[in-house]
Ligand binder design. Structure first.
Ligand code: IFM
Length: 449
């Protein structure tokens, strides 16, 4: 890369992110219980090619080598998640020592490598036993989650300084309970909104449980999947649809977290599907946190379409726009728009980009993976992060999604997001061109203009 003339603030975190079910494998080892993703992925017809996370990127056995790779890449932060059913195989009771040991070893190794651990508690692998008892629709799961948070805090209180409660409550609730394409595979708006509400209350209760146990220096946040919505055409109907889409994906989560209330327009729109909310829930949800995690991938251009549930908005990729291998529009300015909007309307103390990245069709040829599109995607999004910082948005770090190729949920292994290629037949790792580029950016603490 030409020399870096766009510099990031000192201490900016150059990270990569993963999640437990997507990379660990070893799903029956050391007492791990089943999660809803084990059940879902083993249900015929749910995942492309019948793939499952049984082996995934075999990170459970290779975590030391993977951390070695992170060190070679010069990463300063690593965001991972804890498989809840490794800690509580039955969702409740006594924590399982072998499960805790794995994460202690992982964290120790990260610290030895000089990489700061960012621990996510919930990246969607709910213990199946809790699902059998009603899952996130059931209030008791919130208490079980607070217990899990407390257990992890006791185990890793001095080692882990950065905590993320819940990853992408919109995806977990809506794709899993309205669209039925993620675990547990339901199709019911009322259930989905109740799940979303309980995930938010679980976040709030977990913040309390963590704070009670962790040193005052620990930083706690939530990671939201946010997008920048725009109307497709000039019509009033498209403008209103874009506003509703923003309410559906962004404001339904941002408003309760940062304003202590659900947005009136969406509450009215959802009518009888609104969740059951207890008197103190919104105070619990809006507990102050130290940072907001933003996961950004694409913008959302929206046209009015009466047949689209639940907000009569259809997402369209404008003709001629570049897309990734999953059809997501490549639109870096949407990250700038998202950051400046969140800063203006919600003013979190600090923001980390907890996920950003792209899937492309990678090929391993002569021991190399040449992925200029991913390199360009990351480069251009980092520019937008820098532009937002220059405009006064407090962004403290960037975590590329993902460190490794991994199990991409309903798309299985057909889709690759890593900056490190995984040959699933041998589990050999090869740093892609984008990974080498990212290492250089981390080393320079900057990028070229
Ligand atoms: O792989 C996912 C991740 O688990 C959550 N955010 C989006 C990524 C890409 O789809």
């Amino acid at each position: 890369m030409p020399s870096a003339d766009v510099r990031f603030p000192e201490g900016f975190v150059w990270g990569a992110a993963t999640s437990s079910y997507q990379i660990e494998g070893a799903v029956t080892e050391d007492g791990r219980g089943a999660s809803i993703w084990d059940t879902f992925s083993h249900t015929p017809g749910t995942i492309a090619n019948g793939d499952t996370g049984d082996v995934a990127s075999d990170h459970y056995h290779r975590f030391r080598d993977d951390i070695g790779l992170m060190r070679e890449l010069g990463l300063t932060g690593y965001r991972f998640s804890v498989a809840w059913p490794r800690i509580f195989p039955e969702g409740r009771g006594r924590p399982y020592p072998a499960g805790l040991d794995f994460y202690k070893r992982l964290v120790d190794e990260l610290l030895l490598a000089g990489i700061e651990p960012f621990l996510t508690l919930y990246h969607w692998d709910l213990p199946q036993a809790l699902q059998d008892a009603g899952g996130w629709e059931h209030r008791d799961t919130v208490s079980r989650f607070a217990e899990f948070a407390h257990t992890m805090a006791v185990a890793l209180d001095t080692e882990v300084g950065q905590w993320i409660t819940v990853n992408e409550p919109w995806v977990a609730s809506i794709l899993g309970n309205l669209h039925g394409i993620h675990a547990p595979g339901k199709r019911d708006l009322k259930a989905a909104l109740q799940v979303a509400h309980h995930l938010l209350v679980a976040h709030g209760e977990a913040v309390g449980a963590l704070r009670a146990e962790l040193p005052a220096t620990a930083k706690i946040g939530i990671a939201l999947s946010l997008t920048h919505t725009e109307p497709f055409g000039d019509s009033q109907a498209d403008a209103e649809a874009a506003e509703r889409e923003d309410g559906f994906i962004n404001r339904w989560f941002l408003d309760p977290l940062y304003r202590g209330r659900y947005p009136d327009d969406m509450w009215e729109w959802y009518g009888e599907a609104v969740p059951e909310v207890r008197a103190t829930d919104l105070a619990t949800i809006s507990v102050p946190t130290d940072f907001m995690g933003i996961n950004y991938y694409f913008r959302d251009v929206v046209a009015y379409d009466r047949s689209e549930r639940p907000v009569e908005a259809r997402s369209i990729v404008p003709a001629g726009q570049p897309v990734t291998a999953v059809g997501w529009e490549v639109y870096p300015p949407g990250l700038y728009e998202t950051l400046t909007r969140v800063h203006r309307d919600y003013a979190p103390a600090l923001i980390h980009i907890t996920e950003n990245g792209a899937a492309f069709e990678d090929r391993l040829i002569d021991g190399r993976v040449d992925d200029p599109e991913r390199e360009s995607y990351i480069h251009r999004h980092l520019h937008e992060v820098h532009r937002a910082i220059a405009a006064g948005v407090p962004v403290g770090g960037y975590f590329v999604w993902s460190l490794l190729d991994n199990f991409e949920w309903s798309a299985g292994y057909a889709i690759r997001f890593g900056i490190v290629y995984v040959d699933y037949a041998t589990q050999a790792r090869t740093v892609k061109r984008s990974g080498h580029w990212y290492a250089e950016a981390a080393r320079e603490n900057g990028i070229s203009s």
